[in-house]
Design a protein around this ligand. Structure first.
Ligand code: SF4
Length: 429
Protein backbone atom coordinates (compact mmCIF):
# COMPACT_ATOMS: atom_id res chain seq x y z
CA UNK A 1 0.00 0.00 0.00
CA UNK A 2 1.29 3.47 -0.89
CA UNK A 3 2.15 5.65 2.09
CA UNK A 4 3.69 8.58 0.25
CA UNK A 5 2.32 12.11 0.26
CA UNK A 6 2.19 13.73 -3.15
CA UNK A 7 3.59 17.23 -3.56
CA UNK A 8 1.94 19.26 -6.32
CA UNK A 9 2.89 22.66 -7.69
CA UNK A 10 3.58 24.80 -10.70
CA UNK A 11 0.30 26.71 -10.94
CA UNK A 12 -0.81 29.62 -8.75
CA UNK A 13 -0.93 29.11 -4.98
CA UNK A 14 -4.74 29.06 -5.26
CA UNK A 15 -4.77 26.37 -7.95
CA UNK A 16 -2.13 24.26 -6.17
CA UNK A 17 -4.17 24.22 -2.93
CA UNK A 18 -7.31 23.16 -4.79
CA UNK A 19 -5.57 20.45 -6.83
CA UNK A 20 -4.09 18.98 -3.64
CA UNK A 21 -7.57 19.06 -2.06
CA UNK A 22 -9.08 17.27 -5.07
CA UNK A 23 -6.47 14.51 -4.68
CA UNK A 24 -7.23 14.20 -0.97
CA UNK A 25 -10.90 13.96 -1.92
CA UNK A 26 -9.99 10.72 -3.69
CA UNK A 27 -8.13 9.40 -0.67
CA UNK A 28 -4.64 10.37 -1.90
CA UNK A 29 -2.47 12.25 0.60
CA UNK A 30 -1.36 15.46 -1.13
CA UNK A 31 0.03 18.91 -0.28
CA UNK A 32 1.01 21.97 -2.31
CA UNK A 33 4.78 22.17 -2.72
CA UNK A 34 4.75 25.92 -1.98
CA UNK A 35 5.09 28.99 -4.17
CA UNK A 36 8.45 29.32 -5.88
CA UNK A 37 10.36 32.47 -4.96
CA UNK A 38 13.83 33.98 -5.33
CA UNK A 39 15.24 31.43 -2.87
CA UNK A 40 13.84 28.60 -5.00
CA UNK A 41 15.43 30.08 -8.11
CA UNK A 42 18.81 30.32 -6.37
CA UNK A 43 18.63 26.70 -5.19
CA UNK A 44 17.56 25.48 -8.63
CA UNK A 45 20.38 27.36 -10.32
CA UNK A 46 22.90 25.95 -7.87
CA UNK A 47 21.79 22.35 -8.38
CA UNK A 48 21.31 22.30 -12.15
CA UNK A 49 23.34 23.16 -15.21
CA UNK A 50 22.93 26.59 -16.83
CA UNK A 51 20.80 27.11 -19.89
CA UNK A 52 17.44 25.74 -18.83
CA UNK A 53 14.20 27.68 -18.95
CA UNK A 54 13.79 29.36 -15.58
CA UNK A 55 10.62 27.42 -14.53
CA UNK A 56 12.96 24.42 -14.25
CA UNK A 57 14.98 26.25 -11.60
CA UNK A 58 12.00 27.78 -9.81
CA UNK A 59 10.10 24.48 -9.59
CA UNK A 60 13.08 22.25 -8.76
CA UNK A 61 14.24 24.76 -6.16
CA UNK A 62 10.80 24.98 -4.54
CA UNK A 63 10.64 21.20 -4.36
CA UNK A 64 14.06 20.91 -2.72
CA UNK A 65 13.21 23.72 -0.29
CA UNK A 66 10.02 21.89 0.71
CA UNK A 67 11.86 18.62 1.30
CA UNK A 68 14.59 20.32 3.32
CA UNK A 69 11.90 21.60 5.67
CA UNK A 70 10.54 18.10 6.19
CA UNK A 71 11.68 15.77 8.98
CA UNK A 72 10.89 12.75 6.77
CA UNK A 73 11.48 13.71 3.10
CA UNK A 74 11.40 10.06 2.05
CA UNK A 75 7.64 9.93 2.60
CA UNK A 76 7.01 12.30 -0.32
CA UNK A 77 6.68 11.96 -4.10
CA UNK A 78 6.42 14.80 -6.60
CA UNK A 79 3.48 14.69 -9.01
CA UNK A 80 3.84 16.80 -12.13
CA UNK A 81 2.61 17.22 -15.70
CA UNK A 82 5.00 16.30 -18.50
CA UNK A 83 5.19 16.09 -22.23
CA UNK A 84 7.38 14.50 -24.85
CA UNK A 85 8.13 17.91 -26.32
CA UNK A 86 8.71 19.66 -28.56
CA UNK A 87 10.03 22.54 -26.43
CA UNK A 88 12.18 22.28 -23.29
CA UNK A 89 9.12 21.47 -21.19
CA UNK A 90 10.00 17.89 -22.09
CA UNK A 91 13.11 18.11 -19.91
CA UNK A 92 11.45 19.30 -16.70
CA UNK A 93 10.81 15.92 -15.07
CA UNK A 94 14.36 14.71 -15.76
CA UNK A 95 15.78 17.96 -14.34
CA UNK A 96 13.61 17.68 -11.23
CA UNK A 97 15.04 14.20 -10.69
CA UNK A 98 18.55 15.52 -11.27
CA UNK A 99 18.02 18.33 -8.75
CA UNK A 100 16.64 15.91 -6.17
CA UNK A 101 19.63 13.62 -6.60
CA UNK A 102 22.06 16.52 -6.31
CA UNK A 103 20.32 17.69 -3.12
CA UNK A 104 20.44 14.22 -1.57
CA UNK A 105 16.78 13.32 -2.12
CA UNK A 106 17.11 10.64 -4.78
CA UNK A 107 14.64 8.47 -2.84
CA UNK A 108 11.84 10.93 -3.72
CA UNK A 109 10.18 9.83 -6.98
CA UNK A 110 9.05 12.30 -9.64
CA UNK A 111 5.86 10.94 -11.17
CA UNK A 112 4.59 12.36 -14.44
CA UNK A 113 1.10 12.67 -15.93
CA UNK A 114 1.49 12.94 -19.71
CA UNK A 115 -0.47 16.01 -20.78
CA UNK A 116 -1.15 14.52 -24.23
CA UNK A 117 -2.31 11.15 -22.94
CA UNK A 118 -3.37 11.40 -19.30
CA UNK A 119 -3.85 7.70 -18.56
CA UNK A 120 -3.17 5.37 -15.66
CA UNK A 121 0.42 4.09 -15.57
CA UNK A 122 2.42 1.73 -13.38
CA UNK A 123 4.44 4.72 -12.20
CA UNK A 124 1.31 6.54 -11.05
CA UNK A 125 -0.05 3.36 -9.50
CA UNK A 126 3.17 2.99 -7.47
CA UNK A 127 2.35 6.22 -5.61
CA UNK A 128 -1.32 5.35 -5.15
CA UNK A 129 -2.81 7.30 -8.05
CA UNK A 130 -5.40 5.62 -10.26
CA UNK A 131 -5.86 8.15 -13.03
CA UNK A 132 -9.41 7.33 -14.05
CA UNK A 133 -12.08 9.56 -15.58
CA UNK A 134 -13.41 10.57 -12.19
CA UNK A 135 -10.04 11.75 -10.89
CA UNK A 136 -9.34 13.65 -14.13
CA UNK A 137 -12.73 15.31 -13.82
CA UNK A 138 -12.08 16.21 -10.14
CA UNK A 139 -8.69 17.72 -11.02
CA UNK A 140 -10.19 19.69 -13.90
CA UNK A 141 -12.92 20.98 -11.58
CA UNK A 142 -10.25 22.11 -9.11
CA UNK A 143 -8.48 23.98 -11.92
CA UNK A 144 -11.73 25.70 -12.95
CA UNK A 145 -12.45 26.74 -9.36
CA UNK A 146 -8.89 28.09 -9.14
CA UNK A 147 -9.37 30.11 -12.32
CA UNK A 148 -12.63 31.57 -11.10
CA UNK A 149 -11.18 32.55 -7.72
CA UNK A 150 -8.09 34.15 -9.26
CA UNK A 151 -10.19 35.97 -11.85
CA UNK A 152 -12.77 37.02 -9.25
CA UNK A 153 -9.98 38.71 -7.33
CA UNK A 154 -8.80 40.61 -10.40
CA UNK A 155 -12.31 41.51 -11.54
CA UNK A 156 -13.63 42.75 -8.20
CA UNK A 157 -10.45 44.48 -6.95
CA UNK A 158 -10.47 46.58 -10.11
CA UNK A 159 -14.17 47.40 -9.97
CA UNK A 160 -14.80 47.97 -6.27
CA UNK A 161 -11.55 49.56 -5.18
CA UNK A 162 -11.88 47.35 -2.06
CA UNK A 163 -8.78 45.18 -2.45
CA UNK A 164 -8.49 44.23 1.22
CA UNK A 165 -12.13 43.16 1.50
CA UNK A 166 -11.96 41.25 -1.79
CA UNK A 167 -8.82 39.40 -0.70
CA UNK A 168 -10.40 38.53 2.65
CA UNK A 169 -13.51 37.13 0.92
CA UNK A 170 -11.32 35.16 -1.48
CA UNK A 171 -9.28 33.63 1.33
CA UNK A 172 -12.46 32.41 3.00
CA UNK A 173 -13.85 31.06 -0.28
CA UNK A 174 -10.58 29.23 -0.97
CA UNK A 175 -10.78 27.57 2.46
CA UNK A 176 -14.43 26.61 1.91
CA UNK A 177 -13.84 25.32 -1.64
CA UNK A 178 -10.78 23.36 -0.50
CA UNK A 179 -12.81 21.70 2.27
CA UNK A 180 -15.63 20.91 -0.17
CA UNK A 181 -13.27 19.27 -2.67
CA UNK A 182 -11.47 17.19 -0.08
CA UNK A 183 -14.81 15.98 1.28
CA UNK A 184 -15.98 15.11 -2.21
CA UNK A 185 -18.67 17.83 -2.21
CA UNK A 186 -19.53 20.46 -4.80
CA UNK A 187 -17.69 23.80 -4.46
CA UNK A 188 -20.75 25.67 -5.75
CA UNK A 189 -22.06 26.79 -2.30
CA UNK A 190 -18.62 28.31 -1.50
CA UNK A 191 -18.61 30.17 -4.82
CA UNK A 192 -22.20 31.36 -4.43
CA UNK A 193 -21.41 32.70 -0.98
CA UNK A 194 -18.35 34.45 -2.39
CA UNK A 195 -20.48 35.98 -5.14
CA UNK A 196 -22.93 37.31 -2.52
CA UNK A 197 -20.11 38.78 -0.43
CA UNK A 198 -18.41 40.44 -3.39
CA UNK A 199 -21.73 41.69 -4.75
CA UNK A 200 -22.48 43.37 -1.44
CA UNK A 201 -19.16 45.18 -1.26
CA UNK A 202 -19.35 48.93 -1.10
CA UNK A 203 -16.79 51.14 -2.72
CA UNK A 204 -17.30 53.33 -5.72
CA UNK A 205 -17.45 51.23 -8.87
CA UNK A 206 -15.20 52.95 -11.35
CA UNK A 207 -14.31 52.22 -14.92
CA UNK A 208 -10.75 50.89 -14.71
CA UNK A 209 -8.17 53.26 -16.19
CA UNK A 210 -6.72 50.50 -18.34
CA UNK A 211 -7.87 46.99 -19.20
CA UNK A 212 -4.99 44.56 -19.53
CA UNK A 213 -4.91 40.96 -20.67
CA UNK A 214 -2.05 38.89 -19.37
CA UNK A 215 -0.71 36.16 -21.61
CA UNK A 216 2.60 34.44 -22.29
CA UNK A 217 4.38 31.24 -21.31
CA UNK A 218 2.27 29.02 -19.05
CA UNK A 219 4.35 29.08 -15.84
CA UNK A 220 5.29 32.75 -15.96
CA UNK A 221 1.74 33.85 -16.73
CA UNK A 222 0.11 31.57 -14.13
CA UNK A 223 2.32 31.68 -11.05
CA UNK A 224 1.68 34.33 -8.42
CA UNK A 225 5.19 33.96 -7.08
CA UNK A 226 8.41 35.63 -8.08
CA UNK A 227 8.46 33.73 -11.39
CA UNK A 228 6.05 36.38 -12.69
CA UNK A 229 7.60 39.28 -10.71
CA UNK A 230 4.17 39.50 -9.00
CA UNK A 231 2.97 41.21 -12.17
CA UNK A 232 -0.79 41.14 -11.53
CA UNK A 233 -0.57 43.02 -8.23
CA UNK A 234 2.05 45.36 -9.60
CA UNK A 235 -0.15 46.28 -12.57
CA UNK A 236 -3.22 46.62 -10.35
CA UNK A 237 -1.23 48.99 -8.16
CA UNK A 238 -1.00 51.24 -11.21
CA UNK A 239 -4.75 51.35 -11.73
CA UNK A 240 -5.09 48.58 -14.33
CA UNK A 241 -7.81 45.93 -14.44
CA UNK A 242 -5.88 42.75 -15.23
CA UNK A 243 -7.51 39.77 -16.94
CA UNK A 244 -5.27 36.81 -16.10
CA UNK A 245 -5.06 33.72 -18.31
CA UNK A 246 -7.17 30.74 -17.24
CA UNK A 247 -5.67 27.28 -16.70
CA UNK A 248 -8.88 25.89 -18.17
CA UNK A 249 -8.05 27.63 -21.46
CA UNK A 250 -4.90 25.52 -21.50
CA UNK A 251 -6.96 22.38 -20.83
CA UNK A 252 -9.30 23.34 -23.67
CA UNK A 253 -6.25 23.86 -25.89
CA UNK A 254 -5.05 20.32 -25.10
CA UNK A 255 -8.51 18.90 -25.91
CA UNK A 256 -8.66 21.01 -29.07
CA UNK A 257 -5.26 19.63 -30.17
CA UNK A 258 -6.52 16.08 -29.71
CA UNK A 259 -9.70 16.86 -31.65
CA UNK A 260 -7.89 18.60 -34.49
CA UNK A 261 -5.15 15.99 -34.84
CA UNK A 262 -7.71 13.20 -34.86
CA UNK A 263 -10.04 14.92 -37.34
CA UNK A 264 -7.15 15.43 -39.73
CA UNK A 265 -6.31 11.73 -39.52
CA UNK A 266 -9.82 10.42 -40.12
CA UNK A 267 -9.56 10.48 -43.95
CA UNK A 268 -6.21 8.61 -43.95
CA UNK A 269 -6.23 5.47 -46.07
CA UNK A 270 -4.78 3.47 -43.18
CA UNK A 271 -4.64 4.33 -39.44
CA UNK A 272 -1.12 5.36 -38.42
CA UNK A 273 0.76 4.54 -35.23
CA UNK A 274 2.42 7.10 -32.97
CA UNK A 275 1.22 9.23 -30.06
CA UNK A 276 -1.73 10.67 -31.99
CA UNK A 277 -2.16 7.77 -34.42
CA UNK A 278 -5.53 6.07 -34.81
CA UNK A 279 -4.23 2.51 -34.96
CA UNK A 280 -6.40 0.60 -32.51
CA UNK A 281 -8.49 3.67 -31.68
CA UNK A 282 -11.98 4.73 -32.65
CA UNK A 283 -11.28 8.14 -34.28
CA UNK A 284 -14.84 9.52 -34.30
CA UNK A 285 -15.20 8.54 -30.65
CA UNK A 286 -11.96 10.36 -29.75
CA UNK A 287 -13.27 13.47 -31.52
CA UNK A 288 -16.59 13.27 -29.69
CA UNK A 289 -14.89 12.89 -26.34
CA UNK A 290 -12.47 15.76 -26.96
CA UNK A 291 -15.29 18.05 -28.05
CA UNK A 292 -17.38 16.94 -25.08
CA UNK A 293 -14.49 17.73 -22.71
CA UNK A 294 -14.11 21.25 -24.16
CA UNK A 295 -17.83 21.90 -23.83
CA UNK A 296 -18.01 20.53 -20.31
CA UNK A 297 -15.07 22.69 -19.19
CA UNK A 298 -16.57 25.82 -20.76
CA UNK A 299 -19.97 25.13 -19.21
CA UNK A 300 -18.45 24.55 -15.77
CA UNK A 301 -16.38 27.71 -16.00
CA UNK A 302 -19.45 29.66 -17.16
CA UNK A 303 -21.50 28.45 -14.19
CA UNK A 304 -18.84 29.19 -11.60
CA UNK A 305 -17.92 32.56 -13.14
CA UNK A 306 -21.58 33.62 -13.10
CA UNK A 307 -21.83 32.62 -9.43
CA UNK A 308 -18.98 34.96 -8.42
CA UNK A 309 -19.77 37.73 -10.89
CA UNK A 310 -16.77 37.42 -13.20
CA UNK A 311 -17.55 38.90 -16.62
CA UNK A 312 -14.68 37.46 -18.68
CA UNK A 313 -15.80 34.54 -20.89
CA UNK A 314 -13.30 31.88 -21.89
CA UNK A 315 -11.65 32.23 -25.28
CA UNK A 316 -13.01 29.87 -27.92
CA UNK A 317 -10.39 27.48 -29.30
CA UNK A 318 -11.86 27.24 -32.80
CA UNK A 319 -12.08 31.02 -33.02
CA UNK A 320 -8.46 31.37 -31.86
CA UNK A 321 -7.26 28.87 -34.47
CA UNK A 322 -9.02 30.75 -37.27
CA UNK A 323 -7.65 34.09 -36.07
CA UNK A 324 -4.08 32.83 -35.79
CA UNK A 325 -3.95 30.72 -38.96
CA UNK A 326 -2.83 33.47 -41.41
CA UNK A 327 0.05 34.43 -39.09
CA UNK A 328 0.96 31.40 -36.96
CA UNK A 329 0.11 27.85 -37.99
CA UNK A 330 -2.13 26.24 -35.36
CA UNK A 331 -0.38 22.95 -36.07
CA UNK A 332 2.92 24.31 -34.74
CA UNK A 333 3.15 22.95 -31.22
CA UNK A 334 5.41 24.20 -28.44
CA UNK A 335 4.70 26.25 -25.36
CA UNK A 336 1.43 28.12 -25.89
CA UNK A 337 1.61 27.57 -29.65
CA UNK A 338 -0.59 29.97 -31.58
CA UNK A 339 -2.56 31.04 -28.50
CA UNK A 340 -0.54 34.18 -27.76
CA UNK A 341 -0.93 35.57 -31.26
CA UNK A 342 -4.61 34.64 -31.39
CA UNK A 343 -5.33 36.04 -27.93
CA UNK A 344 -3.92 39.39 -28.96
CA UNK A 345 -5.99 39.39 -32.15
CA UNK A 346 -9.16 38.48 -30.21
CA UNK A 347 -8.54 41.24 -27.63
CA UNK A 348 -8.03 43.79 -30.39
CA UNK A 349 -11.05 42.66 -32.45
CA UNK A 350 -13.40 42.53 -29.47
CA UNK A 351 -11.95 45.68 -27.84
CA UNK A 352 -11.65 43.62 -24.69
CA UNK A 353 -8.26 45.00 -23.62
CA UNK A 354 -6.24 48.17 -24.13
CA UNK A 355 -2.94 46.39 -23.72
CA UNK A 356 -1.81 42.75 -23.90
CA UNK A 357 1.18 41.96 -21.68
CA UNK A 358 3.02 38.77 -22.61
CA UNK A 359 5.34 37.42 -19.93
CA UNK A 360 7.76 34.58 -20.48
CA UNK A 361 11.02 33.18 -19.15
CA UNK A 362 14.17 34.53 -20.77
CA UNK A 363 14.85 32.77 -24.06
CA UNK A 364 11.50 30.95 -24.32
CA UNK A 365 11.69 29.77 -27.90
CA UNK A 366 7.99 29.53 -28.84
CA UNK A 367 7.04 32.71 -27.02
CA UNK A 368 10.02 35.09 -27.38
CA UNK A 369 11.41 33.92 -30.68
CA UNK A 370 8.21 33.07 -32.56
CA UNK A 371 5.07 34.68 -31.08
CA UNK A 372 6.77 37.96 -30.23
CA UNK A 373 8.22 38.21 -33.72
CA UNK A 374 4.76 37.76 -35.28
CA UNK A 375 3.13 40.08 -32.76
CA UNK A 376 5.64 42.85 -33.35
CA UNK A 377 4.13 43.18 -36.84
CA UNK A 378 0.49 42.55 -35.94
CA UNK A 379 0.52 44.96 -33.02
CA UNK A 380 1.64 47.81 -35.30
CA UNK A 381 -1.45 47.24 -37.43
CA UNK A 382 -3.84 46.89 -34.47
CA UNK A 383 -6.24 49.76 -33.89
CA UNK A 384 -7.52 49.10 -30.41
CA UNK A 385 -4.91 47.22 -28.43
CA UNK A 386 -1.22 47.64 -27.63
CA UNK A 387 1.27 44.88 -26.95
CA UNK A 388 4.27 44.56 -24.69
CA UNK A 389 6.42 41.49 -24.07
CA UNK A 390 8.60 40.99 -21.02
CA UNK A 391 11.05 38.24 -20.18
CA UNK A 392 11.79 37.09 -16.66
CA UNK A 393 15.32 36.22 -15.70
CA UNK A 394 14.76 36.31 -11.96
CA UNK A 395 17.00 39.34 -11.49
CA UNK A 396 15.89 41.99 -13.99
CA UNK A 397 12.71 43.03 -12.21
CA UNK A 398 13.45 46.75 -12.13
CA UNK A 399 14.13 46.80 -15.86
CA UNK A 400 10.88 45.01 -16.59
CA UNK A 401 8.93 47.38 -14.37
CA UNK A 402 10.37 50.46 -16.02
CA UNK A 403 9.47 49.13 -19.48
CA UNK A 404 5.96 48.34 -18.29
CA UNK A 405 5.56 51.83 -16.85
CA UNK A 406 6.29 53.15 -20.32
CA UNK A 407 3.84 50.73 -21.99
CA UNK A 408 1.08 51.60 -19.50
CA UNK A 409 1.60 55.28 -20.12
CA UNK A 410 1.45 54.85 -23.90
CA UNK A 411 -1.65 52.64 -23.68
CA UNK A 412 -3.40 55.18 -21.46
CA UNK A 413 -2.79 57.89 -24.04
CA UNK A 414 -4.83 56.07 -26.69
CA UNK A 415 -4.62 54.32 -29.98
CA UNK A 416 -2.26 56.63 -31.81
CA UNK A 417 0.61 55.79 -29.54
CA UNK A 418 -0.18 52.15 -28.83
CA UNK A 419 2.89 50.40 -27.49
CA UNK A 420 4.27 47.61 -29.64
CA UNK A 421 7.39 46.68 -27.86
CA UNK A 422 9.30 43.87 -26.30
CA UNK A 423 11.86 43.62 -23.60
CA UNK A 424 14.60 41.07 -23.68
CA UNK A 425 16.15 39.79 -20.50
CA UNK A 426 19.63 41.02 -19.80
CA UNK A 427 21.01 38.03 -17.97
CA UNK A 428 21.20 34.46 -19.02
CA UNK A 429 19.72 31.87 -16.72
S1 SF4 B 1 7.32 27.14 -23.23
FE1 SF4 B 1 9.23 28.30 -23.22
S2 SF4 B 1 9.84 28.48 -21.05
FE2 SF4 B 1 8.29 26.87 -21.20
S3 SF4 B 1 9.53 25.01 -21.46
FE3 SF4 B 1 9.01 25.67 -23.53
S4 SF4 B 1 10.75 26.92 -24.16
FE4 SF4 B 1 10.87 26.70 -21.93
Amino acid sequence: MNSRTLLVGGLSSTHDALVAAALRGRGIAAEPVGTADQGSLAIGRKLLARGHCNPTYYLSGALVERLRRSAAPGRYAYLTIGSCGPCRFATYAAEHRRALAAAGFSEVPVVVVDQLRPTATVELGSVGVTLDGRLISDLARAAVVGDVLVRAGCWHRARTGEAVAVDRALAKALGDATSALEEGHSPTPALTMLGDTLGALGGAPEKPRLRLRLTGEFFAATTDGHGSYGLVRWLEGRGAAVEPPAVVEWLCYLAWQLRRDTERRLPLYRPDSGPRGLAGRDGPRVVRHARGAERALCALYGRYAAAVGVGWPLLDMDDLAVLAAPHYLPDLRAGMGHLEVATFLAMNRDRRADLVVSIKPFGCLPSSAVSDAVLAVLARQARHCGFVAVETTGDAEATVESRLELALDLAAKGTRSRPTTSLSGFAAN
